[in-house]
Design a binder for this molecule. Sequence first.
Ligand SMILES: [Mg+2]
Length: 149
Amino acid sequence: MSNMPGELHAFTDPPEPSAVARPSDARLISFDIDGTLEVGQPPGVIPLDVVRRATDLGFVVGSCSDRPIGFQRDLWAAHELEMDFVVLKQNLGSVRQAFAAGHYLHIGDSLIDRMVARESGFHFIHAVEDDVMGLLAALRLTPPASLGG
Ligand SMILES: [Mg+2]
């Protein structure tokens, strides 16, 4: 599926520069690790540059994985990425309670990811079945394909 669900349109609208700092307009992305990110086991399609760019652009960013919290923290430290949250998968709902944001998105590669996203009030992108890189490009989280027109 390469079409974008209608509910995601608001998420992909570029933020007003002045709006980024307003908590209620903040956009939050939760990344599963295994099968989703390039550093996962198995590796997923999403490069860490996407995660880095999201943090640089002011998104609230974190990981939500079955991996132990310590493993997740060590992973981000090793790649010098500062995460806003690190949670076990069943605790995604706590992220929604902890951060006031206008939009919540979880990206993962399993039925469990889809389920916890739905139960926690997150939009969901499937890292394998959806055109995840296309959707991330719509969020301006991937480098421009070329400098040409
Ligand atoms: Mg996974």
